[in-house]
Design a protein around this ligand. Structure first.
Ligand SMILES: Nc1nc2c(c(=O)[nH]1)N[C@H]1C(S)=C(S)[C@@H](COP(=O)(O)O)O[C@H]1N2
Ligand SMILES: [Mo]
Length: 423
């Protein structure tokens, strides 16, 4: 068994010696300190000596400047420019499950476009009784639903196939966001147009230069796909498809067409117009499989993690992370602090929702021992998130997409954490 990081390969025993030496719970560990002289308590502070800012100082509020680190980041060497590129959600610094739009990852093939509601049109054509064109106002008049769903790019964790690569949960797992969408079921609009019996698929495309055209089986389109215009209560941000995007619950991000302009009902997939060769999964024998649209169950510990080290010393430690499945609800998350020797069932913060992110916590007592931290998600189909080795046995090391393996953070005695692999 080896741990590998930064090219070095220390033996797993060496790493684990520290982790296992520290055993039982700490007696008398306290999260508060005994009352004593503290100038922050005993002296009047500057912020209490004058007045604060008036109500109109910031008509649309932004995070306080002390949180300026909690931002999307990109990895410069990953793409040639920032137009056809991707950045990452700072999941290591967030809590709860809803991703604020302002720090939700972006993925554009030809940049984020600015499209006014007044100029917005959605056409439904192809194998329908009545081809239709909707304005933004038209869409607002159909019965609406609210749903929380994750959107994960198929390439999330894609740099990690051949070895532990990027040092932070933001970069290894940050191509995901989870928002509450308000919109109209696509099925409602398709029924309005009247799908003909030969209609078996829909071809969906966006108004940007890339168009990001994709084919979706009609069954999925009628089941739970949404034509969404609000996220987390407010208008979609430009970068997430303002004014209207497609929400394709549980399916890979590239189907979630932004700036949605057209839905064509077809009798089969329109592969000639798609970048199908891009979104395939390489298998260990060198062959590829396509149409792996559903995102399998996955989880990651967001803190502690490389960008969120332990800074508060020994005693109570909240270990937390995210779990999600494109097949339905998360039913259970287990966490190990010893590289998988022993697992503990984590506490789910709220009732898991369908095809949405679930927050988990493990309330741990840390005595400075080294830890090999992992989480393992299970979903309502009984599927269990695989180890990296198990996934590699099937997919080899040359894949890019659909890496949902168990992630390991090596937490050292000083509280710093590093992205490692154990096998
Ligand atoms: N029109 C259009 N839709 C698009 C894309 C695009 O470039 N153009 N990128 C897709 C990809 S690959 C992903 S992962 C998601 C990302 O959505 P986000 O930018 O809101 O995070 O949008 C999808 N929809
Ligand atoms: Mo993507």
């Amino acid at each position: 068994m080896t741990v590998s990081f930064n090219g070095k390969k220390p033996s797993r025993r060496a790493v684990l010696k520290g982790a296992l030496a520290a055993g039982g719970a700490v007696a008398g560990a306290t999260m508060a300190r005994a009352a004593g002289p503290d100038l922050l308590i005993t002296q009047t502070q500057p912020w209490a000596q004058g007045l604060g800012e008036g109500v109109d100082a910031t008509p649309y509020g932004l995070p306080i400047r002390f949180e300026s680190d909690v931002v999307r980041r990109n990895v410069e060497w990953l793409t040639a420019d920032t137009i056809s590129s991707i950045n990452f959600t700072p999941i290591h610094a967030l809590d709860g499950t809803i991703t604020p739009q302002g720090c939700a990852f972006e993925r554009h093939h030809s940049g984020a476009i600015e499209l006014r509601k007044e100029d917005y049109r959605l056409m439904i054509n192809g194998l329908v009784d009545t081809p239709l064109v909707f304005t933004y106002e038209d869409l607002e008049r159909f019965p609406r639903v609210n749903r929380v769903h994750f959107c994960e790019c198929a390439a999330n964790t894609g740099m990690e196939w051949a070895g532990a690569q990027l040092n932070g949960a933001q970069f290894t797992h940050g191509m995901i966001h989870n928002m509450e969408y308000s919109g109209v079921p696509l099925g409602t609009l398709l029924k309005e147009a009247g799908v003909q019996t030969e209609g078996k698929w829909v071809y969906v495309e966006g108004a940007d230069a890339s168009s990001n055209g994709r084919s979706i089986p009609l069954e999925k389109a009628m089941e739970d796909v949404l034509v969404a215009f609000k996220a987390n209560g407010e208008a979609l941000r430009k970068e997430h498809g303002y004014p209207v995007r497609l929400v394709v619950p549980g399916w890979e991000g590239n189907m979630w067409v932004k700036w949605l302009r057209r839905v064509e009902v077809t009798d089969g997939p329109v592969e000639s117009r798609e970048e199908t060769s891009k979104y395939t999964d390489t298998l260990a024998d060198g062959t590829s499989r396509k149409w792996t649209w559903v995102m399998d169950a996955k989880s990651v510990v967001t803190s502690p993690s490389p960008q969120s080290p332990i800074t508060h010393g020994h005693g109570p430690l909240v270990i937390t992370g995210l779990a999600w499945s494109g097949h339905g609800k998360i039913t259970r998350v287990d966490v190990t602090v010893d590289g998988g020797k022993t697992w503990q069932q984590a506490r789910l913060a709220a009732d898991p929702q369908d095809k949405a992110v679930t927050r988990f916590y493990l309330d741990h007592v840390w005595q400075g021992e080294e830890m090999l931290l992992q989480s393992r998600a299970m979903d309502e189909t009984g599927y269990v998130q695989p180890t990296k080795d198990a996934l590699r046995d099937v997919r080899g090391e040359n894949s890019i997409y659909h890496n949902n393996c168990i992630q390991t953070w090596w937490v050292k005695s000083d509280g710093e954490a590093e992205n490692v692999e154990i096998s």
